[in-house]
Design a protein around this ligand. Structure first.
Ligand code: GSH
Length: 223
């Protein structure tokens, strides 16, 4: 039995769980991890997570914290290391672009779980391409969002870009065609060791199988 202060409860493919895991890996915070199945949640999850969602971070085996952004912010606050810009205005802007990343992820979730026709799916992909084009103008020369330092915003977008191989099997066009900075940034993120270690082996294939198991138009295409 481990005595680590932090215990993360998640699902092996969940991007929000990855955000918390990448944060802990980057900040050098020891933790242990329990995976649950989302289609067969354990009864005890509702005791810990009022929304019934993961991640949940157990602190000292007694206190449950939920919401991935809050978990990451908390972890960075108790860490000696900075994971956000020191300037308040820059920090606020990073938080705004993190919220934007969550909106992109909502559109990705729509494709995975909800769209029922090709027209709806093409429309959702158009929305993602448009949001990427706007984001591209915000990214630094690299390698990361704001330059040489990997920060929380990089952890968030690493988990968004991780969906691109699976989405590429469905998208009518290259989603990064008009986004040279995003293309370079996504490559840098994909090679970061914390990002690599946050997911199980063969993530792309596991994700394809997960999507194929849903009841959307995308699911049918990936079977
Ligand atoms: N806003 C939440 C979203 C978490 C979330 O949607 N987690 C998904 C898995 S990726 C989940 O637990 N879904 C189960 C459900 O909705 O019942 C966060 O940032 O932690």
């Amino acid at each position: 039995m481990t005595t680590s202060q932090f215990h993360i409860i998640g699902h092996k493919l969940c991007p929000y769980v990855q955000r918390a895991v990448i944060t802990m890996l980057e900040l050098g915070i020891p933790f242990y991890r329990t995976e649950i199945e989302l289609n067969n949640k354990p009864d005890w999850l509702s005791e810990l997570s009022p929304t019934g969602k993961v991640p949940v971070l157990m602190v000292d085996q007694t206190t449950a914290m939920f919401e991935s952004t809050v978990i990451s912010e908390y972890l960075q606050e108790i860490s000696a290391q900075s994971f956000h810009p020191s300037d308040a205005l820059d920090r606020g802007l990073h938080r705004a672009w993190i919220a934007y990343g969550d909106q992109i992820r909502d559109v990705i979730a729509t494709i995975i779980y909800r769209t029922q026709t090709e027209t709806e799916q093409v429309e959702a992909f158009g929305k993602i391409a448009g949001m990427f084009a706007i984001l591209d103008k915000q990214v630094s020369e690299g390698p990361y969002f704001a330059g040489s330092q990997f920060q929380l915003i990089d952890a968030v977008y690493a988990t968004v870009f991780r969906f691109l191989p699976a989405l590429g099997l469905l998208a009518p066009t290259d989603l990064l065609a008009a986004c040279p900075r995003l293309r370079r940034w996504s490559h840098a993120l994909a090679n970061r060791s914390s990002v690599v270690s946050a997911v199980p082996d063969q993530f792309d294939e596991r994700l394809r199988l997960f999507i194929a198991d849903q009841s959307s138009f995308a699911a049918v295409q990936l079977r």
